[in-house]
Design a protein around this ligand. Sequence first.
Ligand code: GTP
Ligand code: SF4
Ligand code: MG
Length: 425
Amino acid sequence: MNSVPITLQVQKALRLHIGIFGCRNAGKSSLINRLTNQELSIVSDVPGTTTDPVEKACELHPIGPVVLIDTAGIDDTGALGAERVRKSLGVLSWMDLALLVIDAATGITAADQKLLKDIRELGTPAVVVFNQADRVPEGTAERMASDFSAAEKIPAVACSAKLGTGIEAVRAAIVKAVEAGWEPDQLLVSGLIPEGRTAILVVPIDFGAPKGRLIPPQVQSIRELLDQKSRCLVVLETQVADAISELKVPPAIVITDSQAVKRVAAQVPPEIPLTTFSILMARSKSDLAELARGAAVLPELKPGDPVLICETCSHNPQGEDIGRVKIPNWLAKNAGGPMKITVAVSKDFPTDLRPYRVVIQCGGCMVTRRHMLARLRECRKQGIPMTNYGIAISHLQGVLERTLSPFPEALEAWRESKAARSDAA
Ligand SMILES: Nc1nc2c(ncn2[C@@H]2O[C@H](COP(=O)(O)OP(=O)(O)OP(=O)(O)O)[C@@H](O)[C@H]2O)c(=O)[nH]1
Ligand code: SF4
Ligand SMILES: [Mg+2]
């Protein structure tokens, strides 16, 4: 977890992400501009105008704040074109909703069919838009849309992004698809402590802490605890023992920054549940049990083993950066020598994971749950274990059983996976 302060960017992670896909010149960028009533995207009759995924945070009436992602045409050709297509398809894997824009005058292409297949496989809610209705005889695009939706069971509408006709139907279809299929991020602390009890949150104010601010999981935890009428006591790592002893009723849980977990664990009596913000993030953004299962490979790592460390947002690495310095150092200490570390910083997940023994993923506070689940799915597909920063740090500090204990399913997954690996060895 890096110390990126809570900003509009963070709220962006909690917004609905809508990807606009389709062939070159289908009118994807024109549709974005119509939907938002702004000139957000460059429109031109030169095929391939949009070359990279471009995110625009905006208000989409009546849904509210969303992020629209304009993408490059899925029918692009040549080596560069193929790379653009790969990027567009990569974006699809973590979208909350996909809009497939089809030029009604051209009809459905092989590239559209391939995208529809991917949409089905991923289970992404989708709306198909037959655009450029003004370029075909009246009623044709509408008929194409209703035939398509009857045959494919995917909502479809017709419009002309150029003239602005049918845009309300596109909007209504988006709203309907969102209502039916959006999977929002899970809450961080929900279900962890009963109403009215106290949670102690441990927030080290060290070199890595942002000036004058708290980081997103800390802010979110405070807000959720207050929402559920629980109390929270926010303390420094040096104040944990005193805070516990001053409470009349012991805290229902202690939640600490991962990097202080060993020092905090030493101050918290074993009967008081303890976990970390990063583990809560793993639960909220991904599948905690599967990430715990993935961690079972960590005790087997040997010096020189290839390890992929993934971060989903760029930030200015600081001296003691967690992904570049601390985790590699702890891994080296545990294994008796340094690993071969690769750090990938991008929303775009590396395609070939097979060279690595394990993927250690950041908390993903800047991206959606769907995004993190897409990464986990890709690791599963390629047979590479994935874990996350919080789980890895707890393991490397020797306290993972303790920090997973509030989550019995994840604890069981970690134990089972470790046992299965040692049986197989
Ligand atoms: N007649 C008509 N032209 C349209 C319509 N929508 C878009 N266009 C035109 O089609 C061309 C391509 O539009 P864009 O919005 O740039 O298409 P795009 O899908 O973003 O294209 P790439 O970024 O190149 O993949 C432009 O000249 C638009 O003015 C429409 O509904 N009717
Ligand atoms: S998205 Fe990942 S790298 Fe970026 S601040 Fe959140 S945890 Fe750190
Ligand atoms: Mg475009």
